[in-house]
Design a protein around this ligand. Structure first.
Ligand SMILES: [Zn+2]
Length: 190
């Protein structure tokens, strides 16, 4: 009996309903005990993990929702292991921002250049290799330096795709960087 499967069983029985922590915890703890005779340790952690894996949507602290449509879309937009390998190989198994990689014992991850929420697809062309640290920065810290590099890469991709609207958007942002002399050491070739 897999604990995560048991949690998902409950959410799948209640699709698209916002479920509070105590409700799901009470159910899985009792159900797990009934089916296995064992104690379900740390169900909170298991729920958080399902959220991190994209299987549950977090509404707010302690409230989660399962939406079958969302999960399907998300899976379509994720890179397959084969695509990841192709992206890593093309980038020489190195982070495109700092150049560190497997040879330096640094963990690498496949990142969407155009983010999924802007319609970025799971295509090798839209993938780039980032070290765990820069992937984390891009996702969480949004430092100006990382941001500028990301917009340069998005601009290059938009130009290559002939996506004028997106290229224009990137140009406007990068011009703000230039005007304010933010991160001048990172060069943007128009
Ligand atoms: Zn890096």
């Amino acid at each position: 009996m897999n604990q995560q499967d048991l949690i998902m069983e409950y959410f799948k029985k209640n699709p698209c309903r916002e479920i509070k922590h105590p409700e799901i915890v009470d159910w899985v703890v009792a159900e797990y005990k009934k089916r296995t005779g064992e104690v379900f340790r740390d169900p909170d952690r298991a729920i958080r993990k399902l959220h991190q894996e994209g299987k549950l949507i977090k509404i707010k602290k302690g409230v989660y929702k399962y939406d079958p449509g969302y999960v399907e879309n998300r899976e379509l937009e994720d890179f397959t292991p084969e695509q990841k390998e192709a992206i890593f190989k093309r980038d020489g198994y190195k982070c495109v921002v700092c150049g560190r990689g497997l040879a330096d014992g640094v963990e690498i991850q496949a990142d969407h250049i155009k983010p999924k929420d802007l319609g970025g697809k799971a295509e090798i062309e839209n993938g780039q290799t980032l070290c765990a640290q820069h992937n984390f920065q891009k996702k969480n810290l949004k430092q100006t330096e990382t941001g500028k590099k990301m917009f340069i890469r998005l601009y290059d991709l938009a130009k290559k795709e002939g996506n004028k609207e997106l290229a224009k958007f990137c140009t406007q942002i990068l011009e703000v960087y230039e005007k304010n002399h933010i991160n001048d050491h990172i060069e943007w070739e128009k």
